[in-house]
Design a protein around this ligand. Sequence first.
Ligand code: UDP
Length: 453
Amino acid sequence: MEKRNIAKRAHCLVLAYPLQGHINPMLQFSKLLDHQGVRITFVTYHFYYNNLQKVLPPSFALETISDGFDQGGPLHAEDHKVYIDRSREVGSQSLAQLLEKLGKSEDHVDCVVYDAFFPWTLDVVKRFKIVGAVYLTQNMTVNSIYYHVHLGNLQLPLTAHEFSLPALPKLQLQDLPSFLLTYAEHPYTLDFFLDQFSNIDKADWVLCNTFYELDKEVADWITKIWPKFRNIGPNIPSIFLDKQYEDDQNYIVEDFDSEECSKWLNDKPKGSVVYVSFGSLAMLVDEQMEELAYGLRECSNYFLWIVRASEEIKLPKDFKKKSEKGLIVTWCSQLKVLAHEAIGCFVTHCGWNSTLETLCLGVPTIAIPHWSDQTTNAKLMTDVWKIGIRAPIDEKKIVQRETLKQCIRSVMESNKYQEMKSNATEWKILASKAVSEGGNSYKNIIEFINSLF
Ligand code: UDP
């Protein structure tokens, strides 16, 4: 894409929920807008300012608003409900103040792209007569399931075991977003996710981080309901996708050393390493960590395992963090790792970004979903996109070491590998086409940008 040369630049505020899995894709989408001449002000909560300040592209401005818990966000609230209620109230007021401030200056805002986790944004932007574009960070199968619950088409508590919903594959209980099954214990969590759809019909644009070929049927179905629905993904750095922008190598301006992983991977044979990561949030029980650790140590492949600092204490005491066989680090540049030719498969918790990343880099998977949308993503990965297998769990919901070893063998050593690898490679090609000039997501992004000028 050539950068637009125009006297008046459109100004977009991009309001992202302060979680890695939300910041990453919304930043990436913002970079595409920026490349097309849109001026970007990235907005998040005060308590998250330090995490973003040094890592945003230099052309972006950064503003913050309050969630009512400026010292530490949700961790400082008594419980989830208190946090949601207060952040909605304080966040709305604080966003209105920011829009007022920017409106008085040269920085007048033309559009607010807001994370669907902030549905209250729409009421605020409508008051200011600004365009409101909601950005969905989860995939369209998951979004449409929540939408059906919101509409009352799928009633809780669930009594059936199998579900047929428009434009979706048949789903079993274990394939539904986990919060539908835990509604009785955590009603506010599900309410929070359903709230994304409370006013979505009124948004000027509904943007989703996916591409058409991935969920064609549901995209066609939902476009009849939300005419301004557009898939605009995958929002991952260009160098791992269509390579339009050579300098777009990571979500953020990297602020940690990723050399160690590359060095360790460089002397491993092609396709020989199992990469293991459960994303930025999942907290595994001690027994699960132990079973993973011994399963990886006893399997016949090399492994690279991301264990966040807060989870390290759960590793067995005698477990080495670095050996010829395995490397454990607290964080890595996941895209660089997945793109490394030594990687054979990805043991993943199936967060939506990790799912898109593995599809875009053509890496087969072993799915160990933890919660939320991950269970549905695991279903799609294994039965619809056919790029991996789901690890069976026991009655305590643990993947035992023997099961993990068996899964690794059946992905890495069987004929199935070639089949999954070739499916994954096809998705990789389709993902790249979607964002390349003339591709479906590309056209949608251009349509959206043109509407701002
Ligand atoms: N990620 C990373 N390094 C790691 C682990 C994760 O860069 O060591 C990134 C990963 O590439 C993805 C994001 O963190 O973009 C995790 O998002 P996802 O939706 O997969 O899971 P979540 O963390 O929201 O559960």
